[in-house]
Design a protein around this ligand. Structure first.
Ligand code: ADP
Ligand code: MG
Length: 347
């Protein structure tokens, strides 16, 4: 063993690169973080553009609130956020972000350029560039319509060990498309575009009415999903569950097409998964998986979203109640669907 060294505080860039491992695994995680920022900025339209599965370029463009000149260098610093200022605010947080880590992490492992404008005048705007180890971002004037464009190039160019873990262009793009699908399903009121290698793959106009929602479901999940799904909207005890659940006859061999959102955030939760499995238990063949796109709305104070840096997990204050509510709502909806089916046959 080598001689013991003194304890030192890590260089901030290195600290960022280390924590980047928690949030930036591949191009899809960059897309997720950038799009969450665009959503938090109140955007009405979000465009995601990639080259080479995202390994070469990822660009997310939005028409949200933008970032002012003075805030720009801070946006790239770790633990710098405009979303919360106190523990109290964290406990009731409604924004997708709040850790102030994403841009710092991404810019420590890629070449990041951010151009933003808070003003309606498209001639105003500011650019900030950060590349790997170089600290001190420089802010220069750059015209941009109101909103923000973030471009991330050469992901992991300075962390070859991570770059090695990137898969083929097709695989990486598949993950990006899945991240995009989740986010587009989380906000029907936002218009979305996804381009890869200069080809437009998804163009989804905004619309919150049932027709627009169904059109989006069909374009993201296919016609079969919509033709075999029940719509539900149930409210009880401060909880609301809405969305679509597949008929048992439309189960799948794989557990894909399963989307569960808690207050607009896609989550994978064991308690939720268990409640859904129970509801389908008697109606699905063994080894088959239901399809669903479900939205749970709860008071943000009764759910903890700060469980993991990627925020894919949540903790409910009253898990039992949430479980029972999910189970009974789904069980009833599926039961009614079966009764309806029998009724039709009897006619
Ligand atoms: P967090 O989202 O947790 O606050 P980020 O590192 O993702 O941390 O972003 C840091 C800050 O930069 C945000 O709090 C926000 O003020 C600003 N920001 C980032 N992206 C955008 C955007 N697209 N539009 C407006 N502001 C943004
Ligand atoms: Mg963020």
């Amino acid at each position: 063993m080598s001689e013991k060294r003194h304890i030192q505080i890590l260089d901030p860039r290195l600290a960022n690169q280390i924590s980047a491992g928690e949030v930036v695994e591949r191009p899809a995680s960059v897309v997720k973080e950038l799009v969450e920022n665009a959503i938090d900025a109140g955007s009405r339209r979000i465009e995601v553009e990639l080259e080479n599965g995202g390994a070469r370029t990822i660009r997310v463009r939005d028409d949200g609130s933008g970032i002012g000149e003075a805030d720009l260098p801070l946006a790239l610093s770790r633990h710098a956020t405009s979303k919360i200022v106190s523990l109290e605010e964290l406990e009731g947080v409604a924004s997708l972000g709040f850790r102030g880590e994403a841009l710092a992490s991404i810019s420590s492992v890629a070449r990041l350029e951010l151009v933003s404008n808070t003003d309606e005048d498209p001639r105003s705007g500011w650019r900030v560039v950060a590349e790997g180890r170089r600290m001190e971002p420089r802010v220069t004037p750059a015209p941009h319509p109101r909103g923000t464009s973030v471009t991330v190039r050469d992901l992991f160019f300075n962390t070859p060990a991570r770059r090695k873990f990137l898969r083929t262009e097709k695989t990486e793009f598949g993950h990006v498309e899945e991240a995009f699908r989740r986010q587009a399903l989380s906000r029907f009121d936002i218009g979305w575009v996804l381009r890869h290698n200069h080809r437009t793959l998804h163009q989804l106009p905004p619309g919150d009415d049932p027709v627009a929602q169904e059109r989006r479901l069909q374009s993201l999940l296919g016609k079969a999903f919509l033709e075999n799904a029940l719509h539900l909207d149930v409210e009880a005890g401060g909880l609301r569950l809405s969305g679509w659940v597949g008929l048992p006859t439309h189960s799948r061999a794989q557990a894909d097409q399963q989307y569960f959102f808690v207050n607009g955030r896609v989550v994978r939760d064991r308690l939720v998964a268990h409640a859904i499995r129970q509801a389908y238990r008697d109606v699905l063949f063994h080894g088959r998986h239901p399809v669903f796109v479900l939205y749970l709305e709860v008071d943000p104070r009764v759910v903890d979203v700060n469980v993991h840096p990627t925020k894919h997990e949540v903790r409910f204050r009253d898990g039992r109640m949430v479980h029972d509510f999910l189970f009974s709502s789904l069980h009833r909806a599926l039961g009614e669907a079966r009764a309806g089916e029998r009724g039709e046959h009897e006619d």
